[in-house]
Every structure is written in C-alpha cells, then in structure tokens.
Design a protein around this ligand. Structure first.
Ligand code: ADP
Ligand code: MG
Length: 470
C-alpha cells in the first residue's frame, strides 16, 4: 500500500517535471507537508494564507495534474493552512481546510457566488461572467472636460487602455458632487469596452464593508477573499468610509497587495486627498500613495454651464443660455446641486406648462440652495471689479492716478451709479472722492463705451455678472 509520504514524494517527482524552475520548486513545494490521505483526497499543509493563495493562483493546475497522475482521475487535494490568530496563545496552532484548485471541483462554488448567502453579488454566473455593477449612463462621453478634471480624465483614459500598467492604484479625490463616482464608472465602462474579458467590479466602500462583515459572520472570509482575488480591475468608491474599520482595513490590505502584486488595477475614490484620510492605518495609507492621486476640482463657470446644458439635452429639454448661466453662477460648489435645480426646473415646466425662464430659475435656485441674493452694494460691485482686474479694493479706493487704476475706479463708480440707489455724494464718499469726480467718471465711461467696442464688451460683462447675482 502506498503511504502518504510515498504518494506525495511521487507527486513531487511529477511536479519537478511540471515546474522546471529550481528556485520556484524550492520555494513553493519543499515547504508543503502532506498530512492526510483519505477518500483519494490528499491534504497538504501550507505555512500561511499567502502561501496558499500563491499556490492556488500559480500552481493549482499542476498540483492537480501531479496528484491525478499518481492517484487516478478522481483524486483531489485540499489545503490546510495555519491561521494566524495574532498572538497564538499557548503555542496552539489553528488550522483551516480549504479546497484546492481541482479543475472543475469548485465551479459550483463560483456559480453560487459565496454559496448562496447574502454575500452573493448579483449577476455572478461563473468566473468569466461577473456583473461589474457599472452604471452604463456614466461614461467619458458625457463627462464634460474642463481644467478641473483634465489630469483625472486623462489618467483615467490611460488606465482604461492599459489597466495595471500605469498609475496603480489611481485615487480620485475631491469634494462631494464633483464627479468622482461618475469618473470611476466612466473608467470602468471604457475599460470594459476595450477589454471585454477583464473582470471589472465597481463597489462602494460601504457595500464592501457590509459584505465583509457578513462573510465573517458566516465563516466565509476565505471565499470573500477568493472572490476579490479573482478580480482584474477593482473600483472602490468612497474609501473614506473605511475609516476606523480596523478589520476591514486589514482584510482590504491583503486584497490590495494580492491584486497589486498580480498586476491587477485598483481605482479608489475619496472625498479627501489620500494623505489626509483620517482613521486609515498607516500601512494601507502607504499603499494608497504608491500610485497616482488626482483631484477633481470645482469646475469653472464655463464648464458648469456646459455640464448643465449637456444634462438638460440628455433629458430632452432645452434651457435658455441665461438660465444655465444664472444657475452656474449661483451654484458653484457642487454639480449635484446644480443638477437638483435642473430637475426642479424640468418638473416645473411639466407642472405649469410654461417654458423654463430666468424667473423660474431664480426661484428654483432659492429653493434648492437657500440662496440669498447678495445685496448689490458699492462693496459688492467694487469686489467684482477688483477680482476682474486683480487690483485690490484698497488701491481702487486709494489716491493713485495710475492709468489702469483710474479706469477700474471709474468703471466701479459707473456701475455703482447704475445698480444702487446711492446718490453721487454717497458713492463719492465710498471711493474717498467728491460727487463731481463720480459724475465725471460716469460720463467718461459712457463715452468710452460708445467709442471702444472691446471696452463696451467688458462693461457689458460686468452688467451681466451683477445682474446674475440679483
Ligand atoms: P461625487 O461622487 O464626487 O460626489 P458624482 O460623480 O456623483 O459626484 O457627480 C454628481 C453629479 O454630477 C453626477 O450626476 C455626475 O454625472 C455629474 N457630473 C460631475 N462631473 C461632471 C462632468 N465633468 N460632466 C458631466 N457631469 C458631471
Ligand atoms: Mg460619489
């Protein structure tokens, strides 16, 4: 009768033929200890979880073949791994048994995801068909380009083209409503279209945490790992939610390492730069810094208008330019809030059967953002002039008669006269001048506007800006 050791020794002979690299053989096969042979299944003890994962990924087929050559086609193998329970009190070793990669043996398991419990990610049918959970409506095509997202966008395109090759991980960070989730989906969708066979998964950090907790509860942490180890492109949204979740972080650390080492792509989003992520342990943070962190900034006015108009168009509705400009002007911190206004406007036209107009937009902005119209005061106007010409308010109100200062000062006085109820004397006082200076400023600006078209355009822009704030 063949003893366990005999059988394994013979398997090793087969394996030396199959793994013709001495170094690999010494590293991965010599440490294996055969511990049991029962029902034509051989149990192999391996030193660590990592060791097991490595064997499964790189050598499972070969081990299976060697064992079948030795014991017949129905032979199987399983692993016994020493589970690291931290301190290992009393010198006790705890082992866990896991099935080996026995050809078709675990297809059933893959079909059932995590064995039919709550962990099953919808749509998993088999190993090659994984529902990526990507939203098809979030694409590069409708992600409007602007200075605010240029780098993030182009890095995303590079990743979609060659996942795992550059920027790994890619961390997209930025404030709420600035397009992180949209961009992450867009990268996933583009990647899928260029590499249909890649296993892409989009998951929110929240969902990942709940799945992990569920897996722990049901003793399925290993299946959970296996599932994630098999992904080619893992996209996790809002990783700030990993904060203070020690166990999840520890587990994710291993997933991260495994995927990264195997050249698989990781894409993460966060509402703060990775270096500032609170409640995330240092070793995980250090991993996040390996790749590229790109920021999504607040889009500028022109980009905000373009985004609004594109969204409206996608909804099959047209909004007048003055409306999109009004909304973009008054809501600048979040694209999501801008979209909220648009939704409200569209609802209103349906309900009232009226075209979207500026008055409706003003009302909607008020409703959505608690927007308070700034008082149109001399201060407010001077601030707009100061921002535009990049001249400080103090200089505008000061004594200097430098040409560019005089022009800025006169335009400010003219606009104060147009938009406020203040008298010439009051305006003069604000600029530390008397009323005749203000009067003179008003006539020279009006005259100049008639003579120089570019100057008129400039003043008209100020008109528009101030009007939009009403
Ligand atoms: P975040 O995840 O950063 O909170 P989202 O990705 O959910 O933000 O974006 C909020 C909304 O703004 C989404 O509807 C998204 O489509 C839209 N959006 C953000 N950036 C852009 C952009 N550059 N072009 C078009 N739509 C955008
Ligand atoms: Mg988001």
């Amino acid at each position: 009768m063949k003893t366990l050791q005999n059988v394994w020794d013979n398997c090793l002979v087969h394996l030396t033929g199959l793994v013709n690299n001495e170094q690999s053989f010494a590293t991965w096969f010599v440490p294996i200890l055969p511990v049991k042979l029962e029902n034509n299944t051989i149990t192999l003890q391996v030193p660590s979880q990592f060791f097991y994962e490595w064997l499964e990924e790189h050598y499972a087929d070969k081990i299976s073949k060697a064992i079948k050559d030795e014991l017949g086609t129905d032979a199987k193998f399983e692993y016994q791994i020493m589970v690291d329970k931290g301190s290992m009190k009393n010198g006790q070793s705890i082992y866990t048994n896991l099935p080996g990669g026995n050809g078709h043996a675990d297809d059933e398991e893959l079909k059932n995801g995590f064995g039919g419990n709550a962990l099953v990610i919808p749509g998993i049918v088999n190993q090659t068909k994984l529902d990526s959970q990507l939203k098809p409506e979030y694409t590069f095509g409708n992600f409007i380009e602007g200075d605010c997202n240029l780098l993030a966008r182009s890095a995303g395109c590079a990743i979609a083209k060659r996942p795992g090759a550059a920027y790994n991980p890619m961390v997209i960070y930025g404030g709420s409503g600035l397009g992180k989730t949209h961009l992450a989906h867009a990268i996933g969708n583009e990647l899928k279209s260029q590499h249909p066979n890649k296993r892409v998964l989009f998951i929110s950090a929240d969902a990942y945490i709940s799945q992990f907790i569920e897996a722990l509860k049901n003793g399925k942490a290993n299946q959970f790992s296996q599932f994630y180890f098999n992904i080619d492109v893992l996209i996790i949204d809002d990783i700030q939610f990993f904060a203070n979740k020690e166990k999840t972080q520890e587990h994710f650390f291993h997933t991260f390492n495994h995927l990264h080492q195997s050249g698989k792509q990781l894409i993460l989003t966060s509402d703060v730069p990775p270096r500032d992520l609170p409640g995330i342990n240092d070793r995980l943070l250090s991993r996040f810094k390996w790749g590229l962190a790109v920021e999504l900034r607040i889009p500028d006015f022109v980009t905000r208008v373009a985004i609004l108009e594109r969204k409206a168009q996608m909804e099959g509705c047209e909004i007048p330019r003055e409306v999109s400009e009004y909304v973009a002007h008054n809501i600048s911190d979040s694209i999501r809030t801008m979209e909220g206004v648009l939704t409200l406007l569209m609802a209103q036209t349906v309900l009232t059967n009226k075209e979207i107009d500026l008055a409706m937009a003003k009302q909607s902005v008020k409703n959505i953002s608690n927007h308070v119209s700034p008082e149109i005061s001399c201060e407010f106007i001077t601030k707009i002039i100061s921002d535009h010409y990049r001249i400080s308010i103090d200089l505008i109100k000061g004594k200097s008669r430098k040409r560019e200062l005089v022009i800025a000062r006169q335009v400010a006085m003219y606009l104060c006269r147009q938009f406020t109820n203040k008298s010439l004397t009051e305006i003069g006082k604000f600029f530390n001048r008397d009323h005749t200076t203000v009067m003179h400023a008003c006539t020279s600006v009006a005259d100049q506007m008639k003579i120089t078209a570019s100057f008129k355009d400039e003043v008209d822009e100020f008109f528009k800006k101030i009007k939009l704030s009403e």
